[in-house]
Design a protein around this ligand. Structure first.
Ligand SMILES: Nc1nc2c(c(=O)[nH]1)N[C@H]1C(S)=C(S)[C@@H](COP(=O)(O)OP(=O)(O)OC[C@H]3O[C@@H](n4cnc5c(N)ncnc54)[C@H](O)[C@@H]3O)O[C@H]1N2
Ligand code: MOO
Length: 392
């Protein structure tokens, strides 16, 4: 059995970032930009007003001005003002030729087609957005490696970009195994359990913006599992199996993986929950055999799967490790690293009750996993421990 650190290192060594793809900007939110984006145009494309008011020549600001014409946003023709003239103008409208400054409409008096300015703070160029002041044609707009946040998407749209090169999100298959599984909403027969692993994993993946998720259900039958696994590996970048990785007579994942040509990287990690975790690869596809207990599935997801999925899309891990003070003593046997469902607040962390791996009631309220070192047995109040903060 290998340590948690060895398992994490082995997974990292087997990750190759997915090849960039070109996608519509409207679908690019949450992706990492794979190529620098350069501006095609000067933006703003023309000098424009930042206020509703009057366009003037600054040199004329102390004299009474004659009102001539109007410029509204979207106007397709321009006009010219001469010395001593002003034009009505609205926010976003092109500045008329000859004008260099805009006076807000609250700061004038207007009588019979004549305007007098009353703005003691007026300066040359006030309330004008210069052509190319956001970005000039040919300039670097956004560097590769940037996350396409809502603001980044808006910025790129605003400079006329409609397609970008990004690292794609992985396609994921989830295979739940076990003939005891029943769908929520249906009555439980004797011996059945409600299938929850595909629900928690799909929810976690969707939280990351991953949309291409296919869920398969496999009975405890080697041939059925082999066929499903083969198909899943061919059609996805990552396969997540749950259950069937332990030593029981109906645990077929290891054998199915081997007969599908999946190369085992490790099986079994010195940890609780999730000891029978399996990881293998085929070409550049990643295959995780997550131990079936619902809490083991999620603990392994946050520790191993999520960082791997992020790395495939060129993203940083979103499970952040912090140090926190333990509020209650805790003891465990030596030999396995334990991940406890916990509540983290203001630098302190409290283990929740109901830590058993078949239960999710504590996980449902947890915001972190507390890492208890493999060899240490006793943990006392105020001990400083590593804590993994769970995303969202
Ligand atoms: N003799 C031993 N027995 C077990 C060992 C061991 O080392 N020696 N390890 C235990 C540990 S630890 C774990 S974890 C489990 C993992 O076993 P499997 O991955 O083979 O999982 P299953 O046996 O298929 O299922 C375990 C448990 O989880 C329930 N389950 C499975 N899938 C789902 C699902 N989709 N939704 C909800 N619940 C699910 C299943 O009914 C079982 O109760 O092995 C121990 N045994
Ligand atoms: O490793 Mo198992 O997850 O303890 O139930």
């Amino acid at each position: 059995m290998i340590s948690v650190k060895e398992a994490k290192d082995l997974i990292s060594q087997h990750i190759t970032t997915l090849n960039p793809i070109s996608i519509d900007l409207a679908k690019a939110s949450g992706h990492i930009l794979a190529a620098d984006v350069y501006a095609k145009y000067d933006i703003p494309a023309f000098s424009q007003s930042a206020m509703d008011g009057y366009a003037i020549k600054f040199a004329d600001h102390e004299q009474e001005l004659t009102l001539t014409g109007e410029m509204a946003a979207g106007t397709a023709t321009t006009m010219t003002i001469q010395n001593g003239e002003t034009s009505r103008i609205f926010t976003g409208a092109p500045l008329p030729k000859g004008a260099d400054t805009v006076v807000m409409q609250e700061k004038i008096t207007r009588t019979a087609g004549k305007i007098t300015l009353q703005d003691p703070n007026l300066k040359f160029g006030l309330n004008v957005r210069d052509k190319g002041s956001e970005i000039t044609a040919g300039a670097l707009a956004l560097e590769r490696g940037n996350l396409l946040s809502p603001a980044a998407i808006g910025f790129l749209a605003g400079i006329g970009i409609n397609e970008v090169s990004v690292y794609p999100m992985p396609k994921i298959s989830v295979i739940v195994t076990g003939k005891e599984l029943q769908q929520p909403g249906k009555a439980l027969e004797f011996g059945q359990v409600y299938e929850s692993n595909s629900y928690s994993l799909s929810a976690a993946l969707k939280h990351e913006g991953i949309e291409q998720i296919v869920v398969y259900e496999a009975d405890d039958d080697l041939e059925i599992l082999k066929n499903i696994l083969q198909n899943a590996v061919e059609n996805s970048d990552v396969v997540l199996l749950t259950g069937g990785v332990s030593v029981g007579d109906y645990d077929f994942v290891i054998e199915a993986a081997s007969s599908c040509g999946i190369k085992q990287v490790f099986h079994k990690v010195k940890q609780k929950p999730g000891k029978p975790l399996f990881f293998g690869t085929k070409d550049q596809k990643l295959i995780f055999g997550l131990p079936g207990n619902p809490s083991s599935v999620l603990s392994c997801y946050y520790n191993y799967v999520l960082p791997a999925i992020k790395a495939l899309s060129h993203k940083n891990n979103s499970v952040i490790e912090v140090q926190a003070e333990l509020t209650h003593p805790y003891s465990k046997p030596s030999g396995l690293m334990h991940f406890l469902k916990g509540k983290y607040e203001n630098g302190k962390v409290t283990p929740l009750s109901a830590q058993e791996s078949y239960r999710l009631s504590s996980f449902a309220q947890a915001n972190c996993l507390i890492c208890l070192d493999e060899t240490q047995e006793q943990f006392i109040e105020n001990d400083i421990l590593s804590v993994l903060i769970l995303p969202g």
